[in-house]
Ligand binder design. Structure first.
Ligand SMILES: Cc1cc2nc3c(=O)[nH]c(=O)nc-3n(C[C@H](O)[C@H](O)[C@H](O)COP(=O)(O)OP(=O)(O)OC[C@H]3O[C@@H](n4cnc5c(N)ncnc54)[C@H](O)[C@@H]3O)c2cc1C
Length: 382
């Protein structure tokens, strides 16, 4: 598709000003890519999923995937900004007209950042429907108490979509009943009962622990129906999985490009190392796997854009793409020998970054469990 190639070229042109040294420096200092995020927003790409009536460019997930894939392929780290694309989808699909009019135009023009998704809790982890943070209705507010963990970019965001329990577990009508979503305005939140503690982690993802102590959210910021918040986040999750799969494809292409270039250029025993099939075959095998994974990402994105069911494809795309990006990264490091370990070559940073995607936003085991039960009809495991 011609317009996809144009998008790719525009992203490559932007990324050329934010080279691998830019990202390495941020990784070293724990910095946030503020200038990059501003530019990618100003150019309309971060808001590409926001409809034109709200100031966005009104494109689809296929186009959004091309944006994130190219950022990854250039050596950048789209994880710094990607959440804006899929969290916004929750507001677009489930927000009231007033919420959409209030937030979406400012998200599209970059005045507001919606970069944060508050779901995971320390004691319940993957078992989301057991989460314990409560939101109790009190007059015109909800009062939130509890704890979240691994909430990315919360210190670099103006808004967060939060999932909390509004009905006690013992009163819920189904496993997913009793949870509600809220749009949290983060300005002034620290003075209002929210404590934010950054986590010292393996990658520069700005993830934090959150502690809510009688934290008040206006009832008008309830997103979607009360007690039906699980549905709201599920809608964002398919988009999240497909977009992250596209990032992994970008990572796999980055590692493959690098490995090929080095295999052709590095000479040992008087010939290029790539002349040894022990070096070239793993790179070629990863290439085949990456092209296959890419087909699944494209299929999932096309189904999503057509408004069709895409749960299985979104999960498979995420699993296959995360697997190949990790394998391609490992091969790339091996191809570089000792130099692969040097930070100067950037491979170790990208390898750390891409490793996350076998754990988050959903781990490989949970994807296999979904496929076993919902696609293949085997007995439910949990
Ligand atoms: C850098 C980073 C950023 C993150 N950003 C966010 C964010 O912005 N917002 C947010 O809400 N969350 C975020 N997360 C959380 C992430 O989504 C969770 O870490 C992930 O869902 C796994 O949950 P857990 O860590 O509690 O693992 P657990 O649920 O404790 O699982 C541990 C291991 O056991 C396996 N396991 C558990 N149950 C089963 C089972 N029934 N069958 C088979 N295997 C099982 C899992 O696959 C996993 O490998 C982030 C995490 C990281 C590391």
């Amino acid at each position: 598709m011609e317009h996809i190639e144009e998008i790719r070229q525009s992203i490559r042109a932007i990324c050329a000003s934010y080279d691998e040294n830019y990202w390495r420096e941020l990784d070293k200092t724990g910095g946030y890519p503020t200038e990059f995020v501003k530019e990618i927003t100003r150019s309309g790409f971060l808001g590409c999923l926001i409809p034109e009536e709200y100031g966005g460019t009104g494109l689809g997930l296929v186009e959004a995937c091309a944006v994130l894939e190219e950022i990854s392929r250039s050596g950048g780290h789209p994880g710094a900004a990607h959440a804006q694309m899929y969290v916004m989808g929750c507001v677009l699909k489930h927000g009231s007209l007033a919420q959409k009019q209030k937030y979406l135009p400012e998200i599209a023009n970059g005045t507001l950042r919606l970069q944060s998704f508050g779901v995971t809790e320390p004691t319940t982890g993957t078992d989301t429907t057991s989460l314990k943070t409560t939101a109790r209705r009190d007059g015109d507010d909800y009062v939130v108490n509890g704890q979240k963990v691994w909430i990315s970019r919360v210190e670099h965001s103006d808004l967060m979509v939060l999932l909390a329990r509004t009905r006690p577990v013992e009163e819920r009508t189904s496993k997913t009943d009793g949870l509600s979503c809220f749009i949290v305005e983060l300005e002034g939140a620290r003075e209002n009962g929210l404590t934010i503690k950054p986590i010292d982690a393996m990658i520069n993802h700005h993830a934090c622990e959150l502690f809510f102590d009688d934290f008040r959210i206006p009832a008008s910021n309830l997103l979607g129906e009360e007690h039906k918040g699980f549905r709201v986040i599920m809608d964002g999750m398919n988009a999240e999985r497909i977009l992250i799969a596209a990032e992994c494809i970008g990572d796999a292409r980055y590692f493959t490009d690098k490995a090929v270039a080095y295999a052709k250029e590095r000479e040992v025993f008087g010939r290029p190392i790539g002349q040894n099939q022990g070096v070239s075959f793993p790179i070629a095998e990863n290439y085949a796997r990456l092209e296959a994974a890419n087909l699944m990402v494209e299929k999932a994105a096309q189904l999503f854009d057509a408004g069709l069911a895409c749960g299985a494809e979104a999960n498979m795309a995420k699993m296959l793409a995360a697997d190949v990006s990790w394998k391609a990264g490992d091969t790339c490091l091996q191809t570089h020998g000792g130099f692969g370990m040097s930070r100067e070559y950037h491979i170790e940073r990208k390898l750390r970054e891409t490793r996350l995607y076998q754990i988050a936003p959903i781990s490989t085991n949970l994807i296999l469990s979904y496929l076993s039960e919902h696609v293949l009809g085997m007995p439910r495991s949990f």
